[in-house]
Ligand binder design. Sequence first.
Ligand code: RB5
Length: 152
Amino acid sequence: MKIGLGSDHNALHLKDYIKAYIEETTDIEVVDYGCYSEDEVDYPDVAFEVAEAIGEEKLDRGILFCGTGLGVAIAANKYPGIRAATTHDVYSAERAQLSNNAQIITLGAQIVGYEVAKKVVDAYLTSFWADGSKRKVDKIIEKEQELIKKSR
Ligand code: RB5
């Protein structure tokens, strides 16, 4: 599996911590989309980059971080075909894959600490969609396609 990580400046420390954690504890290939310093970064810019790489099949999944986890989720979900879910607990992180086939989870560094974030990431990365709630996920995909066509 290849995953992309990205954060704004508010979550740089958590993104870097989780990057090191994944690299130390798994065989997953991690691509770091920044940010790389505490200089202010607009969270949509990072979220769009990771979402686009997933859309172009350069990545299998992504984990995005900002202060709340909300802004990066809202931004990533604008990218066609992307399902990004904000998950601050283990159950949601599992269900993001199992029920929603979410290619991205998002976390807020102002909401969770390192230990909770590790558990959430573990739960997400060890859960694999197996057509759970396929009818419902398909409806989301179909509606998106319909709206894209209408807007042309
Ligand atoms: C943090 O308060 C916030 O502005 C930013 O990091 C992000 O969470 C936005 O949604």
